[in-house]
Design a protein around this ligand. Sequence first.
Ligand SMILES: C[S@@+](CC[C@H](N)C(=O)[O-])C[C@H]1O[C@@H](n2cnc3c(N)ncnc32)[C@H](O)[C@@H]1O
Length: 246
Amino acid sequence: MLGALADAFDDWCRTSSIWPLTPAADTASAVERFYDEYLASPFRDQAGGSRFNNLLWLFLLTRATRPSLIVDSGTYRGASAWAFANAEPECPILSFDIDLSSLARRTPGVTFLQSDWATHEFTGYDLSRSLAYFDDHVDQGRRLEEAAARGVPWLVFDDDFPVTSFVSMAHDGNALPKIEFLLDDGLRGVSTISWERNGREIQWPIDHQRLERLRTLIAATDRLPNTSLITGIHQTPYRLVSTAIK
Ligand SMILES: C[S@@+](CC[C@H](N)C(=O)[O-])C[C@H]1O[C@@H](n2cnc3c(N)ncnc32)[C@H](O)[C@@H]1O
């Protein structure tokens, strides 16, 4: 299983041109090490946070990207922050949550901040090779705009669902648009998306001008490979975006 996961990552690295990647030669042993540390971590318990497949992708992506700064938006129990710190202990990692009361491990090297990242002053940090991970149930268009405005080139989005399957992660429309909506030409002629949730109809009028503006902020995008069948852990593969920084 661990070998197949390492191969999936190495194969993806060979073909992806989303952003500059320099994978280390030892993916297989890194995956083994990460697996052992995951088994000993508090994040093995399923409690709504990231699970093994996606944490492994964060770990391997970070090793191959070697960012100058990592922003982890949506700390929850601290699993994603822990995965980042495992990959790059020397890299500054800022983990943001509006409520840090669920934090299960205060991983050394990570700065935990009880706030929204958009209110933070990044003075003194090198953002030119920064990576931001959004797993915070916030409008992904807003996150894309904020990242582009701050000059963050590399973005990872969790919970990016197409219009056919977004409902459980729509948060009554507050988590819309998803990046998928920006890429969906089928939505161009549509004025409102509506769905039913807990017996209630929710409507989300599409602001096409905004979607058009948001599209210009994407220089390139990719969906990571689905490794669910390797582990039996079913998770939505991450959306990667390379930001068009003006
Ligand atoms: C799915 S959890 C994050 C899981 C975590 N990244 C992990 O790897 O296990 C979503 C978190 O986003 C937080 N959140 C909600 N609004 C936020 C905001 N505006 N900024 C940062 N975090 C936010 C919630 O409090 C919650 O803890």
